[in-house]
Design a protein around this ligand. Structure first.
Ligand SMILES: C[S@@+](CC[C@H](N)C(=O)[O-])C[C@H]1O[C@@H](n2cnc3c(N)ncnc32)[C@H](O)[C@@H]1O
Length: 239
């Protein structure tokens, strides 16, 4: 029997940061996915597994084909949907993806074994912080970060070190259902670490002269960061 994964679900997906009518409109315009991705998307919806929503999928497929990265790193695999979507969009690309949750790792491994796109995906098991350091010296043209949000800023320097000049970082779910635009005192206690961590991230990337930044209101918000120069140092103690 299939378990439910509600403990992993993202309640902010039910608090769209764009008018619900527009979100519904965008989702209805989306072009059909290959059958195997549709199957995984249906599974995630039925089992409450948080994967990127349809409008983010459409953006990624368009953007990936326009930019054509050769090596992609993902932090946050879940069932492997976005990793398989990226491998399908780019038949030449290699995808490395990281997750620490044993249940998710097992489902992702099964999915990578079932579909041929999985041959170009390598799953690294464990806590992202240590694994990012193990990857030091490697280079990824695109890094997609879709893991625990309060840690994004902690990963930032290691992520930038893995990007070549011109490389792109994309962080998912940065709007937190709109909470991000509120004052700190209006944030519920349980959400404050995420709120503070995300604001430190925005400050670090926004003020950095070597980084170009853009926010997109897709899903619960994407933060796009392009590394313009080779020497980017973010001083963690200042964050
Ligand atoms: C939102 S889901 C990823 C969804 C996936 N990117 C997709 O769209 O198909 C987040 C995943 O990140 C993993 N995760 C969260 N924090 C992590 C960390 N610090 N290290 C490794 N994995 C982490 C969780 O176990 C979970 O499976």
């Amino acid at each position: 029997m299939v378990k439910t994964y509600s403990e992993h679900s993202n309640p902010n997906m039910r608090r769209p940061v764009v008018q619900q009518g527009i979100v519904d409109f965008m989702r209805n315009q989306d072009q059909a996915l290959p059958a195997f991705l549709q199957e995984l998307q249906d599974f995630a919806a039925a089992e409450n597994v948080p994967i990127i929503p349809k409008e983010t999928v459409a953006f990624f497929r368009f953007f990936l084909q326009a930019v054509a990265p050769k090596r992609i790193l993902e932090v946050g695999t879940a069932i492997g949907f976005s990793a398989l979507m990226m491998a399908e969009a780019l038949p030449e690309a290699e995808v490395v993806t990281i997750d620490r949750n044993p249940e998710m790792i097992q489902l992702a491994q099964e999915n990578f074994a079932r579909f041929q796109e999985g041959n170009r995906i390598r799953l690294l098991e464990g806590e992202a912080q240590g694994l990012l350091q193990d990857l030091k010296g490697q280079s990824f043209d695109l890094i997609f970060v879709d893991s625990a949000k309060s840690k994004y800023v902690v990963f930032l320097q290691d992520l930038l070190d893995l990007l070549p000049q011109g490389g792109i970082l994309i962080f998912d779910d940065v709007f937190q259902g709109g909470d991000i635009a509120k004052l700190p005192e209006d944030i519920r206690r349980g959400q404050r670490a995420i709120y503070r961590g995300l604001h430190k991230l925005f400050e670090a990337v926004g003020q950095h002269p070597d980084l170009m930044v853009s926010y997109l209101p897709l899903g619960d918000g994407l933060l796009m960061v392009k590394k313009e120069a080779d020497l980017v140092e973010i001083f963690q103690e200042a964050l």
